[in-house]
Write a new protein. Structure first.
Length: 147
């Protein structure tokens, strides 16, 4: 069975309480449950993980090599700053779809740059929690096309 890692980065543990006008009222636990059930509905398995620490995220990406077939990654603000996360994705050689709840291109200029986009299959942003479902679907289609 195809195994996916859904990795959320800094401050996303506060979803539901954090700037609901930007990120909505859905909690991370609800998003993770949505990811698990939508992966299951498509015949795959999703394992969810969140960290506020760049190094922990890097370790988790390294561990995904040989463990998971694909990564759905919302790197939060590290998206815009972390070359180390970008390098971790390249090194792990596990395909990755980038997801953001908000439309980062319609927000402050510093959010328009994503270092991880360079190593992503593609980016989905602006669709709220549904974006994770879209990312899982896109990843599974990508993996099937490659098989
Ligand atoms: C985010 C967008 C980032 O710019 C921000 O730093 C986040 C959340 C999103 O899901 O919309 O923490 O990744």
């Amino acid at each position: 069975m195809i195994s996916l890692l859904v990795l959320n980065g800094p401050n996303l543990n506060l979803l539901g309480q954090r700037q609901p006008e930007v990120y909505g009222t859905t909690t991370l636990a609800q998003i993770e449950a949505l990811c698990v059930s939508s992966a299951q509905g498509l015949g795959a398995k999703a394992t969810c993980m969140q960290s506020n620490h760049e190094g922990v995220m890097i370790d988790t990406i390294h561990e995904a090599r040989g463990t998971h077939d694909g990564i759905v990654l919302n790197a939060g603000a590290y998206t815009h700053t972390s070359i180390a996360l970008m390098d971790a994705i390249s090194s792990a050689e596990v395909p990755m779809v980038e997801v953001h709840l908000s439309n980062i291109h319609a927000r402050e200029e510093f959010r328009h740059t994503s270092h991880i986009s360079r190593v992503a299959i593609g980016q989905i942003c602006g669709f709220g929690p549904q974006g994770y479902v879209m990312a899982i679907d896109a990843m599974l289609e990508h993996l099937k096309a490659r098989a």
